[in-house]
Design a binder for this molecule. Structure first.
Ligand code: APR
Ligand code: ZN
Length: 251
């Protein structure tokens, strides 16, 4: 479904729901200029993901990971929340959604005004770094100065551990507390809305299945078909900003 029919159908689902779980992927940030991973021209069509074990084992892989990170930094910093983010913030602010469960690491849900406590980042956050051993936080600007001066890689000044952006890479353990909160939000909802995800990365992609098994209605808003479309009560293959913004009558 697309266009005006989709807007009306989504508005009806939102109006009928008691508690909404919002689940976002990279697709909600493309309208802010941040490329997604698996859509047309997405990041994984140009780069192979760097697996966590390779990052740990190889200085060369760590150097490549930091090179990519700083190459995308300008795009991340220039990005502003779009109509889709504002629509999510509207649902949270009006108590219709308890939180946003996001796979994104760009911080745009927080920038749209949703309190940190109501953004559940199941794949971490790319706006800062931390020590993999003692979790000490490190700011990217200082790391970038050293890296761009002589390619030096950041180490923890307290325990000499490896420092990495606070994101969850393939092969890295998921954040337990965030996943627990995401499951609780999913089980508390009678409507689960997927916004801009290809739904191929587990365990996060298991959340819409959990919602469905728990008796919630499932809506998927995604430009392209996903592997879970046949599970959903409503599938909309259209742009999130127009569809969700339109369903909420937001500018
Ligand atoms: N409106 C609706 N859908 C969109 C839009 C848009 N404006 N822009 C892109 N999409 C869709 C794409 O068609 C694509 O199917 O969003 C989907 C994004 O899918 P992915 O790129 O796979 O992103 P995501 O599902 O978030 O990836 C999950 O994979 O690489 C890891 O850790 C990374 O969190 C990420 C995880
Ligand atoms: Zn440390």
């Amino acid at each position: 479904m697309q266009g005006q029919d989709a807007i009306i159908a989504l508005a009806e689902e939102l109006a009928a729901a008691t508690r909404i779980a919002l689940f976002t992927g990279a697709g909600i940030s493309t309208e802010s200029g941040i490329p997604d991973f698996r859509g047309p021209g997405g990041l994984w069509s140009r780069n192979k993901p760097i697996n966590f074990n390779d990052f740990i084992r190889s200085e060369a892989m760590r150097r490549e990971a930091w090179r990519r990170k700083f190459a995308t930094e300008a795009t991340l910093r220039a990005a502003r929340p779009n109509r889709g983010h504002r629509a999510c913030a509207h649902l949270v602010a009006h108590g219709r959604a308890g939180a946003v469960i996001t796979q994104n690491i760009d911080g745009l849900h927080q920038d749209s005004g949703i309190p940190d406590a109501q953004v559940i980042e199941v794949h971490g956050n790319a706006t800062y770094a931390h020590c993999l051993d003692c979790r000490t936080r490190y700011e990217l600007a200082a790391i970038r100065v050293d890296f761009e001066r002589d390619g030096s890689l950041p180490h923890c000044r307290w325990c000499n551990g490896i420092v990495k952006t606070a994101t969850v890479s393939f092969g890295q353990a998921m954040p337990v507390a965030e996943m627990r909160r995401a499951e609780a939000e999913t089980l508390a909802a009678d409507l689960f809305v997927v916004l801009g995800s290809s739904l191929v990365v587990y365990p996060a992609a298991g959340l819409p299945v959990l919602a469905k098994r728990n008796g919630a209605r499932l809506v998927i808003v995604n430009r392209e078909p996903t592997e879970m479309d046949e599970l959903a009560d409503l599938v909309i293959h259209d742009g999130i900003g127009d569809i969700l913004g339109g369903a909420l009558n937001l500018p």
